[in-house]
Design a protein around this ligand. Sequence first.
Ligand code: UD1
Ligand code: CA
Length: 456
Amino acid sequence: MKLNVIILAAGQGTRMRSDIPKVLHTLGGRPLLQHVIETAQQLTPETINVVYGHGADQVLAKFSGWPVQWVEQAEQLGTGHAVQQVSLSDGDGIVLILYGDVPLLKKQTLQRLLETAESERLALLTVKLANPTGYGRIVRDDQGQVQRIVEEKDASDAEKTITEVNTGIMALPSFYLKQWLNRLENNNAQGEFYLTDVIAMAVTDGILVETVLAENEFEVQGINNKRQLAELERAYQRSQAEILMDQGVTLRDPSRFDLRGEVDVGRDVEIDVNVVMEGRVKLGNRVKIGPNVLIRNAAVDDDVEILAHSIIDDAQIGPGSRIGPFARLRPGTRLAGGTHIGNFVEIKKSIVGEGSKINHLSYVGDSEVGGGVNIGAGTITCNYDGVNKFKTVIEDGAFIGSDTQLVAPVRVGRSATIGAGSTITRDAPEGKLTLSRSKQITVDNWQRPKKLDQER
Ligand code: UD1
Ligand code: CA
């Protein structure tokens, strides 16, 4: 049967206490609404309709180009009113109602819901909560058949003791939904058009209401404040950590691991505490990551070791390399195999060849470094004259003495040696020693100044 999805996302989210529309707050690095749209897409519906209202400009800007239909609800007069804004196509088919602030709902749960819904049957996702306060309660008759949903504010004391609550998520026949929407009224405690009133209408019209029970609370939990946002973030990270452990990754502490994107892992990967990964990350076999490391959009080959406190941003690292501690690889860094990048070394937009070592306190930017190169401590490629950037080329086997400045554009030839403390402004020929250094002198009769007598 044809499926159309409606995502309600017009609410303000006052309790977030934020200028950012609620559905744009992120969980696992992605806006809440994105989670919901992506889950909906997996069901391959005919259309995904997003009802938006508060923060319209920001929401539309963030999702421009996404294959969804935007439906404005200028004034938020209730969940039923929100659904009324969508022009439903004629004929049969199923409409699935989702919420932009319920991000962790699983595809499998929705599939169960869709299997239950039919042209003469409504499927409602419910959950049992120890503390149901605030939610709409599911009212059943003596035979256990659902009769209606009563909102907290309209509920009697007896109804308030019901622990089965409405998640708001439902799949229902489009043909009937259209009729029921026309019949909604707002004569209730909140003066709103409640979508939940369609349940009682279905019962009246002889349409069976079946419930599907959600497996866990997190899945159907909406986010209304920053505490709930943090709670769901942890639940999400925990489930991602479990997936990785199931794939064989050793996580020293799954509660101190954050993945805000996707990671592809090889065998026997070890990840220490407080590692954050963002974007798309690929880790080869036997990769070891030390504590407090940030890795974003990177490909890390087999047997690489990334030591504590390193930042890897948009970089590729060849097999068997050792990075850090305290190394920073910036966008455009491509390291071949067996490289050693040590502490307080920053590399940007540079290629480094096989087995080269840059072990201490250096900056290498806009450079092409060959294989077997040794760059001494404190070497700087001066790539920027304040206006333009220039390239440094260091050919295979070169040795750069400590505290050297290579003023680009400049080339250091094959197997050339640069004497420590040099400022190199012209190309250094291959195989030779090049240095620029003022002569060392010794002053024979020099005496250290004496401490002046302070008391007079
Ligand atoms: C709703 C349900 C309640 C259920 C609960 C689950 C109704 C009447 N009640 O209550 O039974 O237990 O969700 O969380 O449906 N929204 C719009 N436009 C509107 C109003 C709401 O887009 O005019 C969106 C909100 O942005 C939000 C969602 O719909 O994402 C739910 O609205 P909210 O007002 O929070 O409903 P609840 O009172 O929580
Ligand atoms: Ca709510």
